[in-house]
Each structure stands twice: as C-alpha cells, then as structure tokens.
Design a protein around this ligand. Structure first.
Ligand code: PLP
Length: 463
C-alpha cells in the first residue's frame, strides 16, 4: 500500500471533523443537520458507496461534471499514460501539441461560427474570458444576461448573475451589467437597440430551475444580437457534452454563437478544464498584434492533464454513444414522470431535455397551512421534504434546483441505466406521496434544518 492509500485509510474516518476544523465548519454543520453527513468510501459510474458499504445513486453528478461516469476507467488510463509520458507541457514560452489537439476536437464538434479556443480551468473562468474578450472585440462595455441565469461566482460572472442570493455582501458588482427576462425578445431588443452592448450571455437551458426556452427565443436572440452588433454568447458550462441529448445544447436550435463557454463535464470529472470557443472575428479583435498575443490566459490553462482529460472524455462520449443515451434516457425519464403532474396534487410540472431533468412542486389546490408555514420559513422548503428522504430512505443523491424554488433537479452521469431511473421513479413517487401529506415529524425536521442551515443552504442550491 502506498503512502496515500495508507493516509486515507488511517485518517478517512476524520473527514467531517477535520473538514470542520480546517475548511468549512458551516458546511459540515449543514450536512449534519440534513443528514447528508456520510463518510464516502468509493465511487464508480453513477454510484457512490458509503463506509458501511451502502450504494447510492448519484443524480447530482458533481453538479454535472460526471457525464462519463465517476472514475471512468478509460479517462483514468489516459491520465496515467499522460503522467508516464512526462510531456514537456506548460513551457509557457512555447507550445505543445495537446492543447491544439483538444482545440481541434472541440472546434470540430462546435458550430462553424467559432474558430478558436482559449482554455481555462473552470466554468466561471470561461465566462470571465467571454466578458473580457467580448468587451475588447466590440469596444463596448455593456453586458446583458438573462434573469435567473447562473454563470459562476467570480466577480464578473457574479455581475452577470446578479441574483441577490449570490450577490448580497459581495458588491459593488462590475458596472455595465444588466439583466433582461428570459424568453422576452422585446425586452432584449429594447436593451440592444442602443448598439452599446458588447455581449448577451445566456444558458440554452437555465440551470437554476431547469428552465427551457420558448420556441424561437434563442434563435430570435441570436438574430437580434446580429442586428445590433452584439456578440451572442451561449453558456454551455452545464448543458455541454451530452447533458441535454446533444453534444452541445445549442444544436437543438441550430445556433451559431460568437462565443461558447464550456467546462464541467469536459473534465471527465477528474481535472479542472474549461474553454471559451470564439469566432475568428472575436479572436482577431483581441489578439491583434504581437504585444497582444497573450492578452488573456492563466498559468495552469492549458495544462497537460486537463487537455488529456478533455481528449479522453470526448472519445468516451463518442465511443460509448453517451449523447444518444442521454437523449433516449431523458425521454424515458420524462415519460415515466410526467404522469405525476396529474396524479399528485403537489406536482406542478415535470420538465427536462436529455438528462437535465426537474420536477416542480406547488401548494395543493385548496391551500395548505403547513405548506404556507414552510414557505414562510424558507421559500422552496417543500422540495427539501423530498430531497432529504430520497437520500436518507432511498439512497438517491439529488438537489434543489436553486434558491427559493420548489424544484428538485437531476443531472445524473450519462451512464445511468433504465433500471436506475425506474428505481428513482418509484422512490420519487413514494417520497412525494409521503411529503404531500406533510407528516408532522418530516415538517419539524425541515423547519429545524431550515433554521440551522440558513446561511450555508446556498451551497445546496449551487449548480
Ligand atoms: C451555466 C453555468 N455557467 C458557469 C458556471 C460556473 O462554473 P464553475 O462552477 O466551474 O465556475 C456554472 C456552474 O454551475 C454553470 O452552470
């Protein structure tokens, strides 16, 4: 046994206490309060195992980064091989072939509107690059985004989100950022018409709440951007790499953006990696001279392991046909869960695209005092009455889709099976059935959890 295995074996049981001491005690308190304080021992594909040997179905997928499955053996093999090759990457004043190879693979799969890739190490960094390069390429400073959008938590990305749950206490935000309602082309045109907006950034399916665009919205937004000289930026950080049943979600609408941000699943879940794919016009507008050849970048991006993780992940998606599987299984999950809208009084909607799926709850017709009490304590608390028992009683890890919303969301690894989904649907039906009756013990638990978890609940609703 190597020193690492020994260390983990020796100290693994301390994970929660040590984390509380050294990293984030509030988060550990939150986990304990809601009963998510497992000691995790192992992970494979779509499953996690705790230290007692219990298996959990992971429908959270690391906030959507494990599309090819946790600890994917072929991605791991590629990473081990990369280490053994001892490549001369990150010479910084020089180039290796790996970044160009990954760029080639990404661009080959992306619409013809983009022709260059700039690598980053996260989704937020890809967004920051889009904001900076978009401003420089257009000579404009204003940035528009959609209400309820989420683009990351660094200061520029945060300015694009501009939702109080994330921005409170971190202001002032960057100047020149404004939001328009999602799905509202008139509002967008109203803002673009002044011809001073550098870029409009939008998720093709909004992660917070899993909001699908109305027919024609994204195509219309792209046309308006073109008309007023604004760059159209599609944020595919969460929707990319098969999540919605297409490699990039933008394929559903045949979009041809000027900027595309990617990250999350490109990592194979192993190594942070992201990219901004940009049009030649944007590239030429920013990197327009020798002094400007290094106008934007970061020390670790691109690094060998990130590039290899990206290359191996794209191969894996192709070879295992995971994008088609995502489309097929997503359709199946919708088919199995849509009837809940009719059969349950608290289910308002079931929606999704590929394996980006959500169920929304509402107060039962005729009203419910308990529901109102829960909403008063913390809007969206009912969804915790489903997320918590799904985990505790059925060993299924899911999440609330955003702050203050009664929406439960699933982003499973794309290697999930029909049987897994059948198990999830039965567990969901049973859990909703019970939560709908709002038994006293469950409500008391939710209220205690809400009060104890006031500050860090943000973490639960993150991606
Ligand atoms: C659409 C979108 N953009 C950007 C980000 C930020 O990515 P990261 O968490 O890697 O910074 C996220 C993260 O959830 C996201 O969903």
């Amino acid at each position: 046994m190597g020193w690492l295995a020994e260390l983990v074996e020796e100290r693994g049981a301390e994970a929660l206490d040590l984390h509380a001491q050294t990293v984030n005690p509030q988060f550990v308190k939150l986990l304990r309060t809601i009963g998510f304080d497992r000691r995790w021992a192992r992970a494979q594909g779509q499953y996690l195992w705790d230290s007692d040997g219990n298996r959990y179905l992971d429908l959270l997928g690391g906030f959507g980064m494990f599309n090819v499955g946790r600890n994917n053996p072929r991605v791991r093999e590629a990473l081990v091989e990369a280490l053994e090759l001892e490549r001369p990457g990150s010479t910084q004043l020089g180039v290796d072939v790996l970044p160009a190879l990954l760029a080639e693979e990404l661009l080959r799969r992306a619409p013809a509107s983009v022709g260059k890739a700039l690598f980053t190490s996260s989704g937020a960094e890809s967004v920051e690059a889009a904001l900076k390069l978009g401003r420089a390429a257009t000579g404009r400073s204003r940035v528009l985004s959609a209400e309820h959008g989420f683009h990351g938590l660094t200061l520029g990305a945060l300015s694009a989100n501009a939702t109080p749950e994330f921005t409170n206490r971190f202001g002032p935000l960057l100047p020149g950022f404004e939001q328009v309602p999602f799905d509202d082309l008139d509002a967008l045109e109203g803002q673009l018409a002044g011809e001073d907006v550098a870029l409009f950034i939008v998720e093709p399916v909004q992660g917070k709440g899993v909001n699908l665009p109305a027919d024609g919205y994204l195509e219309g937004a792209q046309a308006l951007c073109r008309r007023y000289g604004t760059l159209f930026c599609v944020d595919e950080v969460q929707t990319g790499f098969g999540r919605t049943g297409r490699l990039l979600a933008l394929e559903h609408w045949g979009l041809e953006p000027d900027l595309i941000t990617v990250s999350k699943a490109l990592s194979g879940g192993y190594v942070p990696v992201g990219a901004l794919l940009m049009s030649e016009v944007v590239y030429d507008g920013v990197f327009d001279s020798l002094p400007n050849a290094v106008s934007h970048g970061s020390t670790f991006a691109p690094n060998d392991l990130a590039m290899v993780a990206g290359l191996a992940t794209l191969r894996e998606l192709d070879e295992q046909r995971l994008v088609a599987e995502s489309a097929r299984l997503g359709e199946y999950l919708l088919e199995r869960t849509r009837p809940l809208v009719e059969s349950s009084e608290v289910v308002r909607d079931v929606r999704g695209l590929g394996l980006m799926w959500a169920i929304e709850f509402e107060e039962p017709p005729g009203g419910s005092r308990t529901w109102k009490l829960l909403e008063r304590i913390q809007p969206g608390l009912f969804s915790q009455l489903v997320v918590v028992p799904l985990f505790r009683d059925h060993r299924i890890l899911s999440q609330v889709a955003g702050h203050g919303m009664n929406v439960l969301k699933a982003l499973p690894p794309l290697v999930v099976t029909g049987d897994d989904l059948d198990g999830f649907v039965s567990a969901l039906e049973e859990t909703i059935d019970r939560a709908e009756k709002m038994p006293r013990a469950l409500v008391r638990f939710a209220l205690t959890a809400a009060r104890a978890g006031r500050t860090p609940k943000r973490r639960l609703a993150r991606a």
